[in-house]
Write a protein that binds this ligand. Sequence first.
Ligand code: CO
Length: 226
Amino acid sequence: MIQSRREFVVEALATGIAMGEQKDNLQIATTLKIVQVGDAVLRSKARQLSVEEVRSKGIQQLIEWMRHTMYDAPGVGLAAPQVGLPLQLAVIEDKDEYMRDVPVESLKEREREPVPFHVIVNPRITKHGGHTVTFFEGCLSVNGFVALVPRSRQVTVECLDHRGEPQIIHASGWHARILQHEIGHLRGELYIDRMISRSFCTVEAFTRNWKAKTINEVQKALDIKG
Ligand code: CO
């Protein structure tokens, strides 16, 4: 991913140079610093944005920067507190290309499918549905670790979109998990508050020990009640 970021920056620079003072092309390449666990902003309660604010140049620019920061990481979601801003705003996208290395059974088990890019502003979970499902989950602000986290299989979210228009999202499977994770950030929560702590491990250990196993096998091996 580092290589792709370089290519992206080089391309943006080249375009900017070719087009003279086209600063917009340079701004697209901006990646923001992602704060790590321990930073107080991750524990603050983010404030709501007004429709006017959502439509403002500043927030529109922030959305683009967050989008590219998420791609650069790469991640499937990024909330404003993770870039140091306690605002109720998050970006989400799950790409086909992220699923190439994931076994089909694993995608099926997680109900993971591509989710187009979308923005959630001032989100509220109005309904939790389905049973609770437990899977490994990580966070760009708890870099290098993952853990099993129980979450609702389905959620209904009411929010504003990137234009400040009201939206109702009915999500299930992995998209529902991403929404719950990102909305947690806006409340000052992290997945480590909800994780099954016995399963907390480095990404390296996860890849070595658990990646190829079913969740039932992992729970059995770690003596976790399913
Ligand atoms: Co996170």
